[in-house]
Ligand binder design. Structure first.
Ligand code: RP5
Length: 165
């Protein structure tokens, strides 16, 4: 095991968010980016949130991915307590299909930024790719892996559609 701290924290409001947020973890795995996944609720574990957000930079994290659903205050509250980049992933809620999550995360007041992604799996994947792009600014080997990941994606798209039935 490496002594170097993981550069990416993936935080989420609940265990129930993991089925979405695991896509961020899997994408970071594909890119060889170390990460730590933690359940931190803005409402149910306020002290845990405070301790994490105020200590995140000192703990060695460089980027935070925060996913939450419903009244999704986690990304914004985290961003309020750190100047590390925070990417928010709106988790698809049962009641309002994630539109509540999206609007809760995206409408931050000027001065406290959260980079808001799409609702659900696509947002989780793209948050991981953005986190990687930030880290790749100062890591050429990682930039190469990110380019290769994108080339592989492009190569995987067929030219012609096929019947699925
Ligand atoms: C939010 O409430 C969490 O981020 C989750 O998306 C949602 C529901 O949480 P559970 O009731 O499933 O724990 O805080």
């Amino acid at each position: 095991m490496s002594d170097t701290p993981a550069p990416v924290a993936i935080i989420m409001g609940s265990q129930s968010d993991w089925s979405t947020m695991r896509h961020a973890a899997e994408t970071l795995d594909e890119l060889g980016v170390a990460h730590e996944a933690l359940i931190i609720s803005a409402h149910r574990t306020t002290q845990r949130l405070y301790d994490f957000a105020t200590g995140a930079r000192k703990a060695g994290f460089k980027v935070i991915i925060a996913g939450a659903g419903g009244a999704a205050h986690l990304p914004g509250m985290t961003a309020a307590m750190t100047t590390l980049p925070v990417f928010g992933v709106p988790v698809e809620s049962k009641a309002l299909s994630g539109q509540d999550s999206l609007l809760s995360i995206v409408q931050m007041p000027g001065g406290i930024p959260v980079g808001t992604l799409a609702i659900g799996r696509a947002g989780a994947i793209n948050a991981a790719l953005l986190a990687t792009a930030v880290l790749a600014l100062s890591d050429e080997a990682l930039a190469d892996r990110l380019d290769t990941w994108r080339e592989d994606l492009t190569a995987s798209i067929p030219l012609r559609p096929v019947d699925s039935e």
